[in-house]
Design a protein around this ligand. Structure first.
Ligand code: ZN
Length: 306
């Protein structure tokens, strides 16, 4: 008897953050632990917050374990560590200015992979900005600006709007600013080097820990960022596919569908996040805020909906 393959629907963790808000509830309908909820780790196998399978034959398994014990579901990968992590972030306040190391630096200094990530802006309040990259031409200039606390001149910032997409390779200085609701896809890593936190103090009068030397070590100088990119689009049966990234770490596609579409899965696996609308996916009702994994045994899947 042939087994019916199902996508993996997940139960995933929320993370409270000092900069978090309540939009994960008001926009996505999730249960949130407090009015300072910053991150929903939608598809995660990271030890700091792992997703559990909710349905089918693997119900109750956590994703890290499933990946390790059933590699055939994920295209028989070379390593046993689930490589990716997707999140939704609600920034109700400014996040620190930070940078992530590459794999070599991360493994050598922290025993963990580095982090290349990308952001799709789901919502941005009027005038909301983003920090990405800097204006220093040499490492010396970069270090001097940090020593002089001259972040106003050092940092490259610009206004964002819903629908913007940004690729943030490791070594890119960046900060999400107050008023942003962001979908994030990244390498499964939790290493963040904080270089500047706006001199904010907590209730005890202390600033959060900074990692200035590590930030200087890993930041790309000069910055290499690509702000106004055009992305290739493919016409589907009933919709379009926009390819945002095709990198050594991940590919990111946005599907905008209006009707029935049969989509081929020729990847080891796919992580799907529904950011708008409703529909039927392989017989399952799905809606905005649902996230699931299509394993490599599902070579073709059908979406119907908006
Ligand atoms: Zn980051």
């Amino acid at each position: 008897q042939e087994e019916v393959m199902e996508p993996l629907f997940l139960d995933s963790p929320m993370h409270e953050k000092i900069w978090g808000g309540n939009r994960l509830k008001t926009e996505f309908g999730y249960d949130i632990p407090s009015e300072h909820t910053g991150e929903y780790w939608a598809i995660s196998a990271h030890p700091n917050g792992v997703s559990y399978v909710k349905n089918g034959k693997y119900a109750g398994f956590h994703l890290a374990e499933l990946y390790k014990d059933n590699p055939e579901l994920f295209g028989n990968p070379k390593t046993s560590v689930f490589p990716l992590l997707t999140k939704i972030l609600d920034a109700n306040d400014w996040l620190s200015v930070q940078v992530h190391p590459d794999d070599a630096y991360g493994l050598e200094h922290e025993g963990e992979l580095g982090k290349t990530e990308c952001w799709f802006v789901l919502q941005a309040d009027e005038g909301t900005k983003m920090v990405m990259g800097h204006h220093a031409k040499t490492k010396d200039e970069f270090v001097k600006a940090i020593e002089n606390d001259d972040y106003d001149n050092l940092l490259n910032s610009f206004k964002i709007k819903a629908g913007d997409f940004f690729y943030i390779p490791s070594g890119t200085l960046h900060a999400i600013c107050s008023g942003s609701l962001i979908y994030e896809a990244q390498q499964s890593s939790d290493i963040t080097y904080r270089v500047y936190d706006y001199h904010r103090k907590d209730a005890d009068g202390n600033e959060r820990q900074l990692h200035v030397q590590q930030s200087i070590d890993v930041t790309n100088v000069p910055a290499d960022i690509d702000q106004n990119k055009e992305f290739p689009q493919t016409i589907l049966e009933n919709g379009t596919k926009t390819r945002y990234v095709d990198s050594e770490f991940f590919k990111v596609d946005r599907y905008q569908l209006n009707g029935k579409n049969v989509i081929k899965n020729d990847e080891p696996f796919m992580m799907v996040s529904i950011i708008e609308g409703t529909g039927i996916f392989e017989g399952n009702e799905v809606k905005k805020g649902d996230h699931f994994v299509i394993c490599s045994d599902q070579k073709e899947v059908t979406f119907d909906g908006d």
